[in-house]
Design a protein around this ligand. Structure first.
Ligand SMILES: NC(=O)c1ccc[n+]([C@@H]2O[C@H](COP(=O)([O-])OP(=O)(O)OC[C@H]3O[C@@H](n4cnc5c(N)ncnc54)[C@H](OP(=O)(O)O)[C@@H]3O)[C@@H](O)[C@H]2O)c1
Length: 329
């Protein structure tokens, strides 16, 4: 069989992020959008037509059977990530699954086991990991330019207009700030400081049981982090990493930073690193690299990294008393 050199993508769940991702996918030279799947055929056809895609399906199961798809991007609500990822892997597809990987550690572990058993590439779509500003900042931190990191402050907050009938506040779908946006500050601190020795967290809740804002302290032997996520009010969404010799600000909005500011000895320097497209192009490149090298995981955002992060998330859930219906099963 002659195989095209391009990596052939399929997308499941044609909502907000799927649209943004498809636009960035079109910017990646060796990527092609081959098929899309929605629960609604007409929606799939419209998405397909507007994104230069050749095939569309009115069920998720149909795309798993399509041999012309190499990798599936899962862009559905959180509660379905585990089931859809495992099905895709069992059907011989590589998978890029939106964050958070799953609603709990147990489900995330099963997803990773499915990747290993089926020898298929699998990564959580933590696109910020590949953001050029963050990459360069990490390099500077590693080189000791700001000394020893002692404190990190990061948040992700905006006032959500429609709290009712929204997947983001629907407990069954894994709604709430922690899972949707709180995972970003946790991710940043984990990347720089690793697993905390202690977690303290408090939240305010919607009547659905989903958290509407959560404040978190991560305690390390010799460092601390103060984090916040909210659907109730906005913030400037800047992240600050403070060290003994200086600090780095990932400029707003830090999780998709277009620049960072380095402050050493009161001298400020701004470093501009605009992203290609919205910034999803870099995680797509990483998927291609790993698939072409026959790897089942990325070394930059590995299976273990995802497991560590969900373990921290589980501890925050425990602290604030957040439980999803499927956690009980
Ligand atoms: N990386 C990022 O920057 C980023 C940004 C936003 C969101 N996300 C993540 O991406 C995922 C999707 O978020 P989104 O904002 O795109 O959500 P969204 O706009 O609500 O879209 C989700 C899609 O999932 C499908 N779906 C399947 N079961 C569903 C259900 N029971 N209720 C609602 N939709 C259902 C629907 O597609 P069909 O109708 O086509 O089946 C829907 O359009 C989440 O995991 C979120 O955390 C990531």
């Amino acid at each position: 069989m002659i195989r095209s050199k391009k990596i052939r993508w399929g997308i499941i769940g044609l909502g907000n992020i799927a649209h943004q991702f498809a636009q960035d996918l079109a910017l990646v030279e060796d990527a092609v959008l081959t098929a899309v799947a929605s629960r609604n055929l007409e929606k799939a056809e419209i998405f397909s037509n507007s994104n230069n895609c050749t095939k569309f399906y009115g069920s998720y199961d149909a795309i798993f059977k399509d041999d012309s798809v190499d990798i599936i991007y899962i862009a559905t609500p959180h509660d379905s990530h585990a089931e859809l990822t495992i099905k895709a892997l069992q059907n011989n597809k590589h998978v890029l699954c939106e964050k958070p990987l799953a609603l709990n550690y147990k489900d995330a572990l099963q997803m990773i086991e499915a990747s290993k058993q089926n020898n298929k590439f699998f990564m959580e779509a933590f696109w910020t990991r590949f953001n050029p500003s963050l990459q360069e900042a990490l390099h500077k931190i590693k080189n000791g330019e700001i000394g020893e990191v002692k404190y990190i402050n990061a948040d992700f907050a905006f006032a959500l207009e429609n709290l009712e009938g929204n997947r983001m506040t629907d407990l069954k779908l894994g709604g709430g700030t922690l899972m949707d946006i709180g995972v970003y500050p946790l991710f940043l601190v984990y990347l720089i400081l690793g697993i905390p020795i202690e977690v303290a967290a408090k939240a305010n809740f919607h009547n659905s049981g989903a958290d509407l804002q959560t404040a978190i302290i991560l305690q390390y032997d010799n460092a601390q982090a103060l984090l916040h996520s909210s659907f109730m009010s906005s913030s400037n969404m800047r992240a600050t990493i403070s060290g003994t010799k200086g600090r780095i600000n990932l400029n707003s909005k830090w999780f998709k930073a277009q620049s960072y500011t380095l402050v050493v000895n009161d001298k400020k320097s701004k470093h501009k690193l605009p992203t290609k497209g919205k910034g999803y192009t870099y995680e797509i490149d990483e998927c291609h690299k790993c698939i072409n090298e026959g790897k089942v995981e990325s070394s930059l955002w590995s299976h273990q990294n995802s497991l560590d992060l969900i373990k921290i998330v589980d501890e925050v859930k425990n602290q604030i008393g957040l439980e999803f219906p499927s956690d009980k099963g």
